[in-house]
Design a protein around this ligand. Structure first.
Ligand SMILES: [Zn+2]
Length: 438
């Protein structure tokens, strides 16, 4: 009964039902609800052939498998060059006299994409390789199919609705998605992460700051995503392209092309857990690459945002980006709020916020402090999403010679009217007031 009343209150306040979110029963803590973008009302955009329904007449993406199955008429990615690439014209010539720049070239990991894709498809035990490229994103996936009913997961209905636009046989009643659907699903999810971020930072207001930057939220080339079923295949790929292996994946900035790559694996992870890791890594890349990656954001902001996005999905599986190091063994607590409240109550916070604010590297933040930075980000977010949008944009305006700590001090003051010590005190009070003790 209590649960019914609680749900009714949520429904009244508009927290429930937005975006058809069905988060279901979760072991651990309930996610914090932050909706950045208005609920998505999906309008189908693909026209299908009347006689052979599976054929898409107006594809705006290339997919190796759709091409193979005759769903799109294009046999190769380059036949779609006019749709997938673009030339950005500048209102006035740049300092070097350049009047325009070409974007969307067929590249991956800072090199020609053709051989990379060939290598990925030829990987040992790669059972379901698919490559899809649209106007914004390139994604390689090697995942099996899965049952959408096995676990209650967020946004099942809206995701099926979006998939049905590509695959007419899919409906809201579809239970099993095959490996090809699964790849398209991750492209859909990537667009959701982008949409949420654009809404949060109010990107339209900052278009001017990107006049001479790239068309992909400032980056010059498209967002790259690589999802491997087998961890060994992912490690082989990272080793072959970046030289060093990171056992859980990589978030990578390609220096020459000015693009961002998110690399991850699904071994021993169900789709819910994979969706969490995917959301975390891609959100990290998006906030890092926004307005073109030129320097490191304060680590707690980029990581805190990635945790927050992941924990909006589910809280019972958490991803840790730890930088270039072997993953240490550490306790993976499920109840983060309880843990943090205890830290605050017993005055055992491992590090002051003033110290954390100066960090620029992932390896600066040990696993135990990930709870902390997530909570601090969540504190600022619940105070005001508008201010958070401003805050992120101020952080993207670093002055020459300004230290990361001073940048945080300045951005906090302008966006929130807070100093670091005052913010820390208010955060502690908020934790004590709102987080559960057990
Ligand atoms: Zn396809």
């Amino acid at each position: 009964m209590q649960r019914m009343i609680f749900l009714a209150i949520l429904a009244m306040t508009g927290w429930l039902g937005a975006q058809n979110v069905q988060r279901g029963s979760i072991k651990g803590e309930a996610p914090d609800f932050y909706e950045f973008a208005p609920p998505l009302v999906y309008k189908p955009r693909y026209k299908h052939d009347e006689r052979r329904e599976k054929i898409i007449l107006n594809p705006d993406f290339f997919c190796t498998q759709c091409s193979k199955e005759g769903r799109i008429k294009y046999k190769s990615r380059d036949e779609m060059k006019d749709i997938l690439e673009m030339t950005k014209k500048f209102p006035i010539p740049m300092d070097n006299g350049q009047k325009e720049r070409h974007h969307g070239r067929f590249r991956l990991m800072d090199r020609p994409a053709g051989p990379i894709i060939k290598g990925l498809f030829a990987q040992k035990k790669a059972k379901h390789p698919v490559f899809i490229e649209d106007k914004t994103i390139r994604i390689f996936c090697d995942l099996p199919g899965f049952s959408t009913k096995k676990f209650t997961y967020p946004r099942r209905v809206i995701e099926l609705e979006q998939l049905a636009d590509i695959f007419p046989k899919i409906s809201k009643k579809t239970v099993v998605l095959n490996w090809h659907h699964h790849a398209h699903l991750y492209l859909i999810r990537a667009h959701r992460v982008l949409r949420d971020f654009k809404s949060l930072v109010k990107i339209e207001k900052y278009k001017k700051t990107m006049t001479f930057k790239g068309p992909y939220m400032g980056m010059y080339e498209k967002w790259e995503i690589f999802i491997f079923q087998r961890q060994a295949n992912m490690l082989g790929f990272i080793k072959g392209t970046l030289g060093s292996a990171d056992e859980d994946g990589r978030c990578w900035h390609n220096l020459t092309d000015a693009s961002m790559s998110a690399i991850l694996h699904a071994q021993k992870r169900n789709d819910l857990q994979l969706n969490n890791t995917f959301t975390h890594r891609f959100a990290y890349n998006v906030i890092t690459g926004y307005r073109k990656y030129e320097y490191d954001l304060p680590t707690w902001v980029a990581l805190g945002y990635a945790h927050l996005m992941e924990r909006r999905e589910r809280t019972d599986f958490n991803t840790y980006l730890l930088g270039e190091q072997r993953t240490p063994k550490f306790p993976r607590h499920k109840k983060w709020k309880v843990k943090i409240r205890k830290m605050v109550m017993t005055k055992k916070i491992p590090r002051s916020f003033a110290e954390i604010a100066a960090f620029e590297k992932l390896s600066d933040i040990p696993p135990i402090e990930h709870y902390l930075i997530w909570s601090q980000m969540s504190f600022l977010m619940q105070r005001s999403q508008d201010k958070m949008g401003l805050f992120i944009n101020f952080l993207k305006d670093k002055k020459t010679g300004e230290s990361t700590r001073n940048l945080v001090i300045r951005a906090l003051r302008i966006a929130y009217g807070l100093s670091i010590p005052v913010m820390e005190e208010q955060w502690k009070q908020w934790v004590v007031d709102t987080y559960p003790a057990v």
